[in-house]
Design a protein around this ligand. Sequence first.
Ligand code: NDP
Ligand code: 2IT
Length: 446
Amino acid sequence: MKNAYLLSVLETVKKRNPAEPEFIQAVTEVLESLEPVIEKRPDLVEANVVERIVEPDRQIIFRVPWVDDQGKIQVNRGYRIQFNDAIGPYKGGIRLHPSVYVGIIKFLGFEQIFKNSLTTLPMGGAKGGSDFDPKGKSDNEVMRFCQSFINELYRHIGKDIDVPAGDIGTGAREIGYMFGQYKKLTGEWSGILTGKGIPYGGSLARTEATGYGLCYFTDEMLHANGKSFEGQTVVISGSGNVALYALQKATQLGAKVVAMSDSNGYVVDPNGMDFAAVRELKEVERKRIKEYVATHPGSEYHEGCSGIWTIPCDIALPCATQNEIDKASAEILAKNGCYCVSEGANMPSTPEAIEVYFANKMLYGPAKAANAGGVATSGLEMCQNSARLSWTFEEVDSKLHGIMKNIFAACDSAAKEYGMPGNYMAGANIAGFLKVAEAMKAQGCV
Ligand code: NDP
Ligand code: 2IT
């Protein structure tokens, strides 16, 4: 990156957020992509849009005390970073994982600005979470944590202010407890969270949306490059919400998914991973992926999660967590003939891994475009709540499909317009940025 303005913004970000490598990584990638835009748009420099967009509107950090099953008081730390509301109310998930600290929430909130812009729906960017670990906790412990989390967060959110949703560790169970507590505190039934259960205002197809959307985006990218899922071998990391529904849709589109993982290890099933079995194990029984082999002869379990990238495949769909594919894993994927990496997780590839994709002319579907189907369908849930309507599964799924096709087209055309055809990462960053930047410029110095 040579542009003096962008370099000075990056310097400021590094100085202000010194111990937050994930946030600096996410900002660096976006600023590098914006170089050709900034050269052409002195008006955006004049409005100092880039320095404003890298600084969150506000960062809320709070104590979350809760009582465990032994009657002891535990304390976690809660976060909500409201990053940018230029194009709509703040929107983004809540991550519950022991690795959560301010740098994780900040990188996720920053990426959410551009992702939400790409969906074409009016949603700003935010993220929240806590270092609470739902794993191994009873339902009652999870409920008490969620209630305490909302006891503070309720005063900062609202259906036209900030609408949280799920992410790692936050699924239908957690959203239900949080929604109930918000309603109890405010006495108001309001669509303040998405990913709600179907009986109380949730949208059909929201559960499936991120995984399905990932496959719809990837399918567009494959078709634009003379390929398709049909007959292809796929590896999917993770076995949570995104991974599970990516498995179902990739299989429906004619691919064979041969491996999936969790944070302990990975399973290889040469017959193709069995969706119903993985769903039962993970969604209903909340068990580990290694249990799969007991009921699936011919499948194998291996300890350690990065080994999954050594399994030969045509298409890799990382759907677990940030920086799960490093340079070495990317090189193995390329050596084994993988020609497409499309991201269900947020920022799953390190910058060095992305360089390997480009050096090997692999198709690369960047997270903020490829996994935008989840938040897009959250936007559709907000529409249904506002209109007091429920659309059918088919209606929501077909809107999601249309949105993912449009997102691919937007990335493709921005990449071409700025002289980087096929670089969908640059295309996503540019197309996502421009809409927010125009809105910020129009709204003046706020
Ligand atoms: P879940 O909690 O449902 O599943 C997460 C999966 O990733 C689990 O299999 C988990 O394994 C694994 N995982 C989590 N952390 C790590 C880690 N540090 N190392 C290795 N594996 C890990 O979350 P989601 O499926 O909702 O989220 C997965 C990714 O997709 C995240 O990056 C999230 O930000 C992103 N995303 C989610 C959206 C959504 O709508 N849910 C929308 C867009 C993006 P284990 O059970 O062992 O922890
Ligand atoms: O990373 C993401 O886009 C999400 N976790 C979904 C956010 C949402 O508001 O649905």
